[in-house]
Design a protein around this ligand. Sequence first.
Ligand code: BTN
Length: 262
Amino acid sequence: MLTPEMLKAAFPALGGAEIYSEIDSTNRRALALAKEGAPNLTVVLSDSQSRGRGRAARSFFSPPGTGIYLTLLTRPRCSPEAFPRLTLLAAVAAAEAIESVADLRVGVKWVNDLWIGGRKAVGILTEGGFLPDGTPDYAVIGIGINVGKMHFPPELASIATSVANEAGVAPDRDALTLALLSRLLARLSDFPGGDYLDAYRARSILTGADVEVGRGDETFFARVTGIGDGGELLLRLPSGVSLSLSSGEIIHVTPAAPRGAG
Ligand code: BTN
């Protein structure tokens, strides 16, 4: 079992480490630490969460003994415009970490989900605080990975999966945690530079797909043409008009036709 001492020995760049068997939310704890002035690169890890937080005020299923629930507090030196791209960087780091311990291919579903075999196995929630001039003060990057064999509640059963459910065997959770931190820290040390955007584009499962988009109160259909330089989703409407989406929800995906088909 990992300890804070082990993490600090493995990653000297870490500013601090807390490990819990249960917590309400590692993001909530990291936000509290950030406001108390905790140093850059403080990590919070828990075996389970009673109130795991997802995007759009949703919850994140976080039972004990089977997942990785990790939040890294960072104090990025970047523009407000670059800040949302931390989520893309984290998605790439998590995908690479999973592929380093399991024999499967991990895709990214814009903006903050990782999919394996057509279902969600990882969720990412980045929250932040900003200085009065608008520059980022801190970011908490929360990553939840479904690792072991899992049975999901009925409302998630058709849309969620885990690394073990897809690979057939469960990778060692500690090894995956170390791989995740290693990739996250390496990529963050280059941020806002680095090749994470190209790596994200290469993994994008939405590019070429037809999607139904939810934005505010409206929904509409579009084809995804790519990921923009700001991390936004590039769309073409049935009318031919191009659109870039920096926030919104992909409600439904019709996968891209295989190359050479039709
Ligand atoms: C989503 O799918 O909408 C994002 C889910 C993010 C879940 C992770 S688990 C670790 C961290 N702590 C939280 O409360 N949420 C994030």
